[in-house]
Design a protein around this ligand. Structure first.
Ligand code: ZN
Length: 181
């Protein structure tokens, strides 16, 4: 098991569209386990592969409350979601391990169906996902498309946080430049 460094806002890997996974190899299974360990260590409720520097369609999710509930880990290869027919738009203050210390309201459908392949390569479908689980699925799949929650916040929230985001991106880019030399 290994903890993986989490990429921060401003890293170009977070903006690339991720490739579908064609074969679930032992290496990918190990990567998924390492991502879960990284998630629990952070701690967070979801982590997508671009956040650890890999542009592949893999996410891990656990929305159980640490120390209060039993862990509910999900490893999802090639996840896709769609809103339930009667889903309603829902407000929630979102955050992201790649955008530290920033929380803003994002409106998303409150109930979704998710389809994915599990760690054994079996196709899975979970209907009527709701609450934090539904939110997390949508947030993580956004990562696979190069989208971040800060793209979906209100204009006023964006204005309010613009300098913070610019500073974060600049620091990340300086760090990347330094590591390349
Ligand atoms: Zn995120």
């Amino acid at each position: 098991m290994a903890l993986l460094p989490i990429r921060i806002y401003g890293d170009p890997v977070l903006r690339k569209k991720s490739e579908p996974i064609t074969e679930i190899t032992p290496e990918l299974r190990q990567l998924a386990r390492d991502m879960l360990e990284t998630l629990y260590d952070a701690p967070g409720c979801g982590l997508a592969a671009p956040q650890i520097g890999k542009n592949i369609r893999l996410v891990v999710i656990d929305t159980a409350i640490p120390d209060e509930e039993e862990p509910r880990p999900y490893i999802m290869f090639n996840p896709e979601w769609e809103p339930e027919e009667d889903a309603k738009p829902c407000d929630y203050d979102e955050g992201c391990l790649s955008v530290p210390d920033l929380f803003c309201n994002v409106v998303r459908p409150d109930r979704v169906t998710v389809r994915f392949f599990d760690i054994n390569g079996e196709p899975q479908e979970i209907k009527n996902c709701e609450g934090l689980f539904a939110r997390c699925i949508q947030h993580e799949v956004d990562h696979l498309n190069g989208d971040l929650f800060v793209d979906k916040i209100s204009t006023s929230d964006r204005t309010l946080n613009q300098s913070k985001l610019r500073k974060m991106a600049k620091e990340t880019q300086e760090k990347i430049k330094k590591n390349k030399r």
